[in-house]
Design a protein around this ligand. Structure first.
Ligand SMILES: *Cc1c(COP(=O)(O)O)cnc(C)c1O
Length: 302
């Protein structure tokens, strides 16, 4: 099983060349940045732990990755969600469906702050608690390995003027990458705005000098909502590069990256290494939603 060291591909998209770090190819059940973030838990033993607890959305990529991790560890996983839509309950798909197959206990708890609820009511010495989306210090372990793979690639190819780009949720991956890379890391906030992301960076690292550069997208988008812009760029990417990218993060990622590159003259463009952070199982749910909203979209794939 190749949990580490993913290949780097060169692609052309809308006439520009990009290098893509294919973390989507790490392993079929444990890929993308969740695999990097949870790698520490995968390779270490926790003899005193009897259960893993986490929380997030019922469609989250972290739900499936954690269910795989728990299964590997032979530990039960209680995953708290605020709400599961009746549609999803009746038509399980994507991360939700596959996580259930791995035996996760998905527990609906309609409280304002699940993190607070878990901390106040459920923690004990034999519980391993992993915060939403893997926003934990242990994530640094696996992300440092990713940074080292990138450093070897830079050295082997004698590349210097490269910038790394990846879209952020909690910002954990971007932050620890910047901490361990000698080149600039660019990101965009997909979940909250830029000020939310900046706060996340500060919560993980006080030294602002090692925070990634946050790019501001021209338009505002709400996380998890469906946008024609997003589904369009998803299909354009799939068509031109034959690589499937994530609909929640990468569509906004590529849009923002193109806006950023428009600031450079065409003979002076920086070389971009784009980190593909996986998330393709989540696309299954997103495509169903897109298909219900923009009826034509599934016809385009087939
Ligand atoms: C979780 C996730 C992200 C966000 O990662 P953070 O480390 O929280 O910023 C981005 N892309 C994909 C595909 C993800 O699954």
């Amino acid at each position: 099983m190749n949990y580490i060291n993913s290949p780097i591909d060169k692609i052309k998209f809308k006439k520009l060349e990009f290098f893509i770090k294919r973390d989507d190819l790490l392993h079929k059940d444990f890929s993308g940045n969740k695999a990097r973030k949870f790698y520490y838990f995968l390779v270490n033993d926790f003899p005193n732990i009897k259960k893993i607890i986490s929380y997030g959305s019922a469609q989250a990529n972290s739900l499936y990755s954690l269910s795989f991790l728990a299964k590997q560890k032979g530990l039960p996983l209680d995953f708290y969600v605020k709400h599961i839509s009746s549609y999803l309950k009746e038509n399980p798909n994507g991360n939700y469906k596959k996580a259930l197959e791995n035996g996760v206990n998905i527990i609906e708890k309609d409280v304002e702050d699940l993190d607070k609820y878990i901390k106040e009511n459920l923690l004990a010495d034999d519980i391993l608690y992993i915060e939403e989306g893997g926003r934990v210090k242990e994530a640094e372990y696996g992300i440092k390995i990713l940074a080292n793979e990138i450093k070897s690639w830079l050295e082997n190819n004698n590349l210097k003027d490269v910038k790394v780009f990846l879209p952020s949720g909690t910002g954990t991956t971007a932050l620890f990458l910047q901490k361990h890379l000698p080149i600039e890391v660019l990101t965009v906030s997909c979940v909250g705005g830029s000020s939310y992301l900046k706060k996340q960076f500060f919560s993980l690292e006080e030294d602002e000098k090692i925070h990634p550069t946050i790019l501001e997208p021209e338009k505002k988008y709400h996380f998890g909502k469906l946008y024609k812009d997003f589904i369009d760029i998803y299909y354009e990417l799939l068509d031109e590069t034959e690589i499937e990218f994530d609909l929640l993060y990468d569509s906004l990622g590529f849009k923002t990256l193109f806006e950023y590159l428009a600031n450079y003259s065409s003979n002076n463009l920086p070389t971009i290494l784009y980190i593909h952070q996986g998330g393709l199982l989540g696309n299954e749910s997103m495509l169903l939603r897109y298909n219900r909203k923009f009826k034509y979209s599934l016809d385009i794939i087939n």
